[in-house]
Write a protein that binds this ligand. Structure first.
Ligand SMILES: *Cc1c(COP(=O)(O)O)cnc(C)c1O
Length: 349
């Protein structure tokens, strides 16, 4: 049985969270003189003079309808990057605890660990970019608090085998964090329906990728009520600004547009893979469940520089272990992908 108290930091367990004016009084009133705001308004067309809802209820209610998860199981962060940082600050004692990372994977887990002075234990993915469960079991000790699994994985693009993640969820006494930033593009099922099954599960999603709102900085964590309560206690009181809350809520009415873009992206991805295979400098294209592809080439640096000189920026992942020679291409619009292909046709090693 998972018990949150066995992994929670003592200072967080005892933390009395900041109490804002809007925490003290909830409800409707006609005169607000409680928060030292500018009562006259904002020097803008729209007023932003009032502090935003600290728990972002309207956005969560709409997300709850879309995701089928109650608002009490949803945390919103200033990007999922904030959710990742808050997990470290809530559960990992600096200089004492450790987390498991499974590279090649998203770089932010390690940066966040380093900022928080938390040891990272790296267990590389296998040659098929899947989990090395034996290696992970060996790396875990009594101070291991979190395991980060990114699925579909960045930068490899593939999904991690579901049964392997379930094995971790069943056997690990800490939190298993499944980062589903690219889930909208995946053929695999999300883990957010499994929250009642696994008390140690945290699922991360974001509005930054398929939803097209990277600049608004809205990330989501889905977890048990007790985990969400801890995260809410640790977060800065007004971590999602009012403009982002309003625009996110508006965007979340537009599911059809987003679903159409997802379909278009997948069509474009399949087409791009077919076309790239024809180039002799392309050695391999890894199967992708995301809106990008990892392409193994004969000369990553040369192709990267060549593309830059033509105004096209891709991601050079060739220095990453297990990604030797690889470039990561985000799927663009049909026009952009055509430009990429036409430019590559002129490439000479
Ligand atoms: C892009 C990405 C995110 C998104 O981070 P935000 O802070 O929500 O923009 C999270 N995880 C992975 C693996 C990503 O690639």
């Amino acid at each position: 049985m998972f018990d949150i108290n066995t992994i929670l930091r003592e200072n967080i367990k005892n933390l009395k969270p900041y109490s804002s004016a809007r925490d003290e009084f909830q409800g409707e009133a006609s005169v607000y003189l409680d928060a030292n705001e500018n009562a006259f308004g904002s020097p803008l067309e729209q007023n932003y003079n009032r502090y935003p809802d600290p728990l972002q209820y309207s956005v969560k209610k709409r997300l709850s309808e879309i995701k089928g998860v109650p608002p009490r199981n949803i945390f919103l962060g200033n990007g999922s990057d904030e959710a990742i940082d808050i997990l470290f600050r809530s559960f990992c004692n600096p200089g004492a605890d450790n987390v498991i990372l499974v590279p090649p994977t998203y770089g932010m887990y390690e940066v966040s660990a380093n900022i928080n002075d938390v040891e990272t234990r790296k267990v590389n993915l296998t040659d098929e970019y899947q989990l090395n469960l034996d290696g992970i079991a060996e790396a875990i000790d009594k101070n291991t608090k979190l395991i980060f699994i990114c699925s579909p994985n960045n930068p490899t693009g593939n999904s991690i085998n579901r049964e392997d993640i379930e094995t971790l969820l069943t056997n690990f006494k800490g939190l298993v964090v499944v980062d589903e930033a690219y889930i909208n593009f995946s053929r695999q099922k999300t883990f957010i329906q499994e929250l009642t099954e696994y008390a140690n599960l945290v699922v991360l999603q974001t509005l930054s990728k398929a939803w097209g709102l990277a600049a608004l900085r809205v990330g989501m964590a889905f977890a048990s009520e007790e985990i969400i309560e801890v995260m809410n206690k640790v977060k800065p009181p007004y971590n999602i600004n009012e403009a982002s809350q309003q625009l996110a809520l508006q965007a979340l009415q537009n599911v059809e547009q987003v679903n159409q873009w997802i379909k278009d992206t997948l069509t474009e991805r399949d087409q791009l893979v077919l076309n790239l295979k024809a180039f002799d400098f392309v050695l391999d294209i890894y199967p992708s469940d995301a809106n990008f592809i990892l392409v193994k080439t004969t000369d990553a640096k040369g192709i990267y520089n060549y593309l830059v000189s033509h105004g096209i920026i891709v991601r050079d992942r060739s220095k990453v272990e297990l990604c030797e020679g690889a470039l990561r291409f985000t799927i663009g619009t049909p026009e952009e992908n055509k430009t990429l292909l036409n430019t590559l046709k002129e490439y000479k090693a």
